[in-house]
Design a protein around this ligand. Structure first.
Ligand code: ZN
Length: 434
């Protein structure tokens, strides 16, 4: 049994979009978070719990639930920050050659370990992940997550056309591989399987039909893919699937949209598409650093709020440029600013914790500090470096003749200036890691 002392911040409900009021925000400065021997949160209190507890004193630090990255590619750490291309060229030039190497079990195992350790070091304790088309790359990821006790959702990538040699599967073999992976890994440790269609371009209609049927045969599994990221891609999908009303409709026609579906990007959607997301319960993983880096476009979060479909936030490394969810949320703010809306720190941090957990159907397990939740939590230094430290001091009222600012101002500055260097400690199921 451990007790962690820090400033506790989490959410009890979704904060209001476009507002900085405290609705839904739970702020407990200088409290002790109590964690039972089963790795679950017991409660929180202001008083020192006494010597019966192993006390971890992080007074003055911020404690939040670990971040949930709902869309990220394990093998793409190799191509992070690659120059000069948009989505389709970027895949051909950088990504596909890097992914081909993951056919080797040794490379896949090393890559999975490097990737998950990096997530934890960035303050991310749960993720929805693409490995590669190779079955071994998916097995390596599940095995590495189980070893670390992490919550992971992943699945072998399906792609049977428009990809180079060494990166294509076929319908029959892919189906056997998926069935085997579901049987062995879905529900083992904290792993869950996701039927993983790379995107509509790289799967034949036969493979999409197989993927939809897989999801229907195994109702607990997730589905992850990409949708409407880039305009050239949208045009290509329209050519390949002339009978579909839209790019999103291709997935709907193949029974791939449901409440465990996670679709990255969703930039080039119309009102009909957004209503379809709402009605099926599927969520969009908004990937701001990727959308900016590849020049894909500006996601319409206000449109999602108006329609009522779910949104989470994701790094999309290696199209995205950082595994840090803080950096990602700071870029999300800027994308929304370009659209003329304002993303509060509350909405952003909720989307990366409780909001994502609930959208994934994991709201009883992760994303908050309620009693009974698994203690996947991260301790953060409020500021790192002279400039951020000064800014934090200003927010706290620690600078002479400057009045203290509301809590949102301090948290917003932390979110905007912080990154993985602010991580002081990461706990998975109540156990310090890294
Ligand atoms: Zn992606």
């Amino acid at each position: 049994m451990i007790a962690i002392r820090a400033d506790l911040l989490d959410f009890t409900a979704a904060p209001r979009f476009g507002s900085t009021d405290m609705d839904g925000v739970r702020w407990r400065p200088d409290h002790w978070l109590l964690v039972g021997s089963d790795g679950r949160i017991v409660g929180a209190q202001a008083d020192d719990p006494g010597p019966g507890w192993e006390r971890h004193d992080h007074q003055g630090r911020l404690l939040m639930p670990g971040f949930i990255d709902t869309h990220v590619h394990c093998p793409q750490l190799d191509v992070l920050a690659s120059y000069g291309t948009g989505l389709l060229d970027w895949l051909d030039t950088y990504t596909f050659p890097a992914e081909r190497r993951y056919a080797d079990p040794g490379i896949a195992a090393q890559g999975a370990a490097r990737f998950l350790d990096a997530l934890l070091a960035h303050g991310t304790t749960a993720a929805v992940v693409f490995p590669t088309v190779h079955k071994v790359s998916c097995e390596a990821l599940f095995a590495a997550a189980e070893q670390r006790g992490m919550r992971l959702i992943a699945g072998k990538v399906l792609m049977d056309r428009h990809a180079p040699d060494g990166l294509r599967d076929d319908v029959e073999q892919a189906e056997r591989d998926c069935e085997d992976l579901i049987q062995r890994w879905h529900g083992r440790g904290r792993n869950a399987y996701a039927v993983t269609v790379r995107f509509a371009v790289t799967s034949t209609p036969e493979q999409l039909a197989m993927a939809g049927a897989l999801g229907q045969r195994h109702p607990g599994v997730y589905m992850q893919t990409h949708v409407a990221e880039n305009q050239a891609e949208v045009r290509w999908v329209a050519d390949l699937f002339p009978q579909a009303r839209s790019y999103l409709d291709v997935y709907n026609q193949h029974d791939l949209l449901h409440e465990r579906s996670i679709l990255a990007h969703g930039i080039w959607l119309d009102a009909h598409d957004r209503a379809l997301l709402r009605d099926t319960g599927a969520q969009i993983a908004f990937c701001p650093t990727s959308n900016l880096f590849l020049g894909s476009g500006l996601f319409d979060w206000q449109g999602a709020i108006d329609t009522g479909h779910r949104v989470s936030v994701a790094t999309d490394v290696g199209g995205g440029t950082s595994l840090s969810m803080l950096r990602t949320l700071a870029e999300a703010y800027k994308v929304q600013a370009l659209r003329g809306t304002k993303l509060s720190a509350w909405v952003a941090l909720h989307a990366a914790t409780r909001g994502a957990a609930e959208a994934l159907g994991l709201g009883t397990e992760i994303g908050h500090l309620d009693p009974g939740a698994v203690a996947d939590v991260v301790l953060w230094d409020w500021s790192v470096g002279a400039v951020a430290q000064h800014r934090d001091a200003v927010a706290c009222g620690a600078v002479a003749d400057v009045p203290a600012q509301p809590l949102h101002a301090r948290v917003f500055a932390f979110m905007t200036l912080g990154d993985e260097r602010n991580v002081a400690a990461t706990y998975v199921a109540g156990r310090p890691v890294g």
